[in-house]
Design a protein around this ligand. Structure first.
Ligand code: CAA
Length: 386
């Protein structure tokens, strides 16, 4: 559904104001305290951010992908920890239900997710199954009208606050690889679940990732999302969308960093003039702008194609690869333009440099995106569709 242009613009402006007036002033505090203040979370709920990608009939805003990306650009213009509060509800924590859930499952959980009253996390990664997600070992063995889940999940974003997990587990232990995997919605309060302490990370303080251990966790069979044995496809479809969203957040961060570096370069004087007048500084500003514009254009094109019903697996990986790598380069140049100040905590640039590093890792590393792109190219070639 194409979103009404005026409503879309009003939403984007509202989010932009929220980011500039409420989030940016708190960036240092959030990093220091490793926590996003509750009043910010409450305001995010009021803005509807938790329900951006939940259909209106379940209490969300039901944004199309293009509009979601436009909002994500805005959310990206501050520390990624703010977006992360609602990030799993917008993306990987809700989309298995949105894309594959039954009406009953949607009615049961989506309104809470959309309101931000239920925090939902995505539990795919394991200690031994990161990029090779299809090798996951967590088991879900049928026992009457339940499945009994045993296993360990790792680096699960928002696990410490989660009420629900989308858990990918092996329902057919005799079938190795992607085929024996199913997806389940698991209530955090089910006996047998232990959530570890948040990991100490390089950046993105205020956003948390933890281990989640499942010991004889009895999950009602009706909580399976999608068909038995199709959980890997559920996870991959969720990630196709998530990768577009993360690309947009990363690109928002690039836009913020460009603003910071240009403002600083116009103010800071060396050799008798603002450093922005020096051509080597100009080159860094210009390369950053050109790459960020390219990323933005790619993301919006891929998003529109997804909205039109196209399969965007290759395009989502292309945007994730290009946009997140570009943000890494932009952050590096921002430190360079700031010089010594770029390395000093008070200026916040070194914090962004550390924060954006994660974009090239989570929801699939850059190398996984390369593999997906290459495989899709070969698939298309075989079908004579290149
Ligand atoms: N959509 C739908 N189905 C898909 C798909 C997609 N995008 N990608 C693959 N599939 C299907 C395939 O068609 C195949 O089905 P068939 O056998 O019926 O054809 C099945 O899934 C298996 O696919 P592959 O053979 O391609 O599987 P693979 O084992 O070779 O793995 C991979 C492919 C791309 C490497 C995949 O494992 C992958 O994406 N790995 C990265 C995992 C990842 O992104 N992890 C991030 C975790 S989430 C996170 O970071 C958030 C957080 O909380 C921190």
């Amino acid at each position: 559904m194409a979103f009404d242009a005026e409503i879309r613009q009003a939403l984007i402006e509202q989010v932009r104001r929220f980011v500039s007036e409420k989030c940016i002033p708190l960036e240092g505090q959030v990093a220091e305290k490793d926590e996003v203040p509750q009043e910010i979370v409450d305001e995010m709920k009021q803005l509807g951010l938790f329900g951006l990608a939940v259909p209106e009939q379940y209490g969300g805003l039901g944004l199309d992908m293009e509009t979601e990306c436009l909002v994500a650009f805005e959310l990206g213009r501050t520390s990624p920890a703010f977006r992360s509060v609602a990030g799993t509800n917008i993306g990987i924590g809700s989309q298995a239900l949105v894309l594959f859930g039954t009406d009953e499952q949607k009615e049961k959980w989506l309104p809470g997710i959309a309101a931000g009253d239920l925090i939902s996390s995505f539990a795919l990664t394991e200690p031994e199954a990161g990029s090779d997600a299809g090798s996951l070992r967590t088991k879900a063995i049928r026992d009457g009208d339940h499945y009994v889940v045993n296993g360990a999940k790792r680096y699960i974003t928002n696990a410490n606050k989660a009420d629900l997990f989308t858990v990918m587990a092996r329902t057919d232990p005799d079938t190795p690889g992607a085929k024996g995997v199913s997806a389940f919605i698991v209530d955090r309060n089910t006996p047998g679940i232990t959530v570890g302490k948040p990991e100490s990370k390089m950046g993105q303080q205020g956003a948390h990732a933890c281990d989640v251990i499942f010991e004889d966790v009895r999950v009602p069979a009706e909580n399976m999302v999608g068909k038995e044995g199709e959980g890997f496809k559920v996870a991959m479809s969720v990630l196709d969308k998530g990768r577009l969203h993360i690309s947009a957040v990363a690109t928002g961060a690039s836009e913020r960093l460009i603003k910071e570096m240009v403002n600083y370069a116009m103010e800071r004087e060396q050799f008798g003039q603002p450093i922005a007048q020096h051509q080597l500084i100009q080159a860094m500003m210009a390369d950053s702008q050109a790459e960020t514009y390219a990323a933005r254009a790619m993301i919006l094109d891929a998003a529109r194609r997804r909205d039109a019903g196209e399969n965007v697996t290759m395009l989502a990986s292309s945007t994730k690869l290009f946009a997140c790598e570009a943000t890494g380069r932009v952050a590096d140049r921002a430190v360079q333009v700031f010089g010594g100040a770029g390395y000093i905590t008070d200026y916040g640039i070194e914090r962004f440099y550390r924060d954006v590093r994660l974009f090239r890792l989570y929801e699939g590393t850059s190398q996984i995106q390369q593999i997906v792109i290459a495989r899709e190219l070969m698939r298309a070639a075989k079908a004579d569709q290149l």
